[in-house]
Structures are given as structure tokens and as C-alpha cells.
Design a protein around this ligand. Sequence first.
Ligand code: MEV
Length: 438
Amino acid sequence: MTEPISGFSKLSKEEKIDWITTNYTKNAAQSRKILQTYWNLDQNVQQLHDEFIENTITNLYVPQGIAPNFLINDTLYAIPMAIEESSVIAAASKAAKFWLKKGGFKTTILGTEKVGQVHFIFKGDTNRLNSFFTYLKPILLAESASLTSSMEKRGGGITDIVLKDKTKQLENYYQLHATFETKDAMGANFINSCLEQFAATLKKEAGNYDAFSKQEKDIEVVMSILSNYVPNCSVRAEVSCPVEDLKLTEELTPQHTAEKIVQAIKIAHVEPYRAVTHNKGIMNGIDAVVLATGNDFRAIEAGVHAYACRNGQYSSLTHASIEDGIFTFWIELPLALGTVGGLTNLHPLVKLNLEILQRPSAEELMQIIAVAGLAQNFAAVSSLVTTGIQKGHMKMHLLNILNQLGANENEKAKLVTYFKTNPVTHHGVELQLNEIRK
Ligand code: MEV
């Protein structure tokens, strides 16, 4: 068994690679070569990546593509998407093109409020704590003024701080629940710095508050951290058209297609097993743009899924209706994003992607990303209720299968042509490859 190592982080990159490949892989020389294949040829770019995280040994990259023709509030976007799954970008592009001719996507920002909390334990009289909080609030704001001044210049800052009594859920548990406006920044560092200052002020002022008993003065701050649940930092994106324009296949009438889509959405509202897969498809679109724009996809995922069960059961993020002959399809979801700070200023490709998106504000990016999610869901659900998902998906997956089977360029070209008119299955591709190799 490999021995534990101490001081790994202090080793050079070469030494780390030597250690990991020698101790954990069968063929160290080959493993080293694979790691090096993924290094960037430009030393400066590689150094940037090395310094984004700790113990970097290589880069794991996913392909980035473009989904063009997204008309959003009358502006035409080409959306960069970084994702490893075949058929996602094809599906987004198909949905974008379909809605382009029908007025495109309309979006609205529903709110931009971010949240952070100081979680603390107070053993004593709640009424006295309430009076203390009235005294404390202006001091919290005053003592965080140096942290908030530059954010305030940009139109943001702390929007409110309230005291929350959580003792029904957990004995002696209270919170300072603060809300923030962080403009174009995702704001995590700003929010966490403010919260840590609030915690210090809370502790200090409680210790000096004459009306508190000795025990009440001894507030224990458990932790201070932003919340990735941001139900009031949310966006709505929508498409609509007369039902008769919803012509997606030869097999189904537009009316029948619209009704089946509405039914599929209703199922995703009442059935969590379906809702999870339904929302996973939405996240295919959302994560791909979140990643391409250097935002934190784990924060987005956590917040979106919490929002999807805000009514007590995990449910669909999208909605559909048919009213007075008009089919409407929409999404509402929380998205806390930044277009300044973090990777957005550091990563050359992220900067380029933001340029491709016309240098959006955080609000504009929320709208673009919500649209990517809605488009993805429209594409998935409309395939599911018409041809089924496999036909389109397997066509896009064909090159992966051919690569797995070691097909050369000539064989790939022949089989791509063959499978234009034949259903793609792994076994079928294998048989045809053997056939042309005979
Ligand atoms: C696959 O990545 C996503 C879908 O399963 C989404 C859905 O079922 O709606 C196709």
C-alpha cells in the first residue's frame, strides 16, 4: 500500500507528478505523458491555471461550442457553451432557430437580492435580544462601512439586516439574516467579509451590553457565510407562439404537440422522479454557459435545486400553458452570477466568452443563462413527446462511438453517411464498421 505523504503541497509540480504517477498508476511514464498532453503550450496561460487552485498537475478540459441564433429581447446572441455531453449544443441551437422566427425569447429580472447569515447561539431572554438588536443594527452598518464603500459607489451594498429567531427549529439558535445588492459581482467575498465583520461586532457589543446577564453577554457565533439559496435573485424567460405554429414533426399536429408538451410539464410538476431528469436537462444548458463564463456552477446547481423544492416537493422549473390558442413556455429560477471579479477578469477564454456575449452585466447574463436552460428544456421535451430522445442523441453520439471503436477518418466519413438514414445503436455501429472493414 502507498504510504501517506506529508508536505505534498510543498513539492514542485514535477515532483507531485512523479509521486502520483509512480504510486497510483501502472505505467508512470505513460501517465506523465497524458498529464503533459493537457498542459497549455503557452507557459503564461499554464501558469495562470496552475495558480487558480492548489496542487495543480494538469488541466481537464471540456469542449466549448457555440449555439448561435438566440434572439433575446430583440438582441441576437451566439452563446458559448462548455460541456462534455453530445447533443446539448445541437439541441440548444435547434431550439434557438425554432424560436428565432417566432419573436425569440423574452426575459425579465425578478430580483437581484443576495443573502448571507451569521448563525449564533444565545442563551437568554428573546425580548432582551430583540431590544439589543435594535441598538446593534446601526453599529453593524457603521462598523462595516469601510467594507461597503466601494460597492456602494457601484450602486450596491447591504440592503437590510434582520434578527431571526430559529429557536423553534433548534434550541437557542438565532441568525443575523442579511441581504445584499452586489451589482455585476457574484459578491461572495464581499458578502463573507461583511458577515465576518457583523459577527465580530455582534460578539463585542453583546459583551458590553449592560441589560444582558453574564450568560446573555456570552453569545457564541457558530459561523458566518453567504447562502447559495437566492430565491429573490431570480429571472424569468419565456417563449410563446400561436399553437398552429408549433409544427415540430409530420406525425403530430401542432395542437397535439402543444398538448403533449403541456402534459409533459404537468408530469414534471407532480412527479419528482421525472422532475429531476427534466431539470437535469435544463441544467445541461445552464451549467454549460455558467462554466463558459467563469461562474460557480456548484453554487448555481445547489440554489436551483433548492428552489425547485421550495413548495415542499421537488418540481419542474419550467411551465407551459395553452390559452386562447397561444402556447406559452417559461422558466423561473434563481441565478446568482458575476461578470466582474473572480475568474471573469483572469481567465483569457472566459474573458473572450464574455466578449462574445457582448460584455453582459450580471443581470443580462442571468437572462442569457435562463434562456439557455429554457431552450434546452424545450428541445428535450419536444423530442421526448414526438420522436423520442434517442434518435437525435445517438446521431450526435455517433462520433464518440466511432472513436471508441478506433475508426479512422475514412471509416468515420462512410459511417456518418450510412447512419444519416439508419438508427444509431452501439451494436449497429460496430456491425457496420466490421462490414466495411471486410
Ligand atoms: C439528458 O442529458 C437530458 C434529458 O434526459 C432531459 C429530459 O429528459 O428532459 C434528455
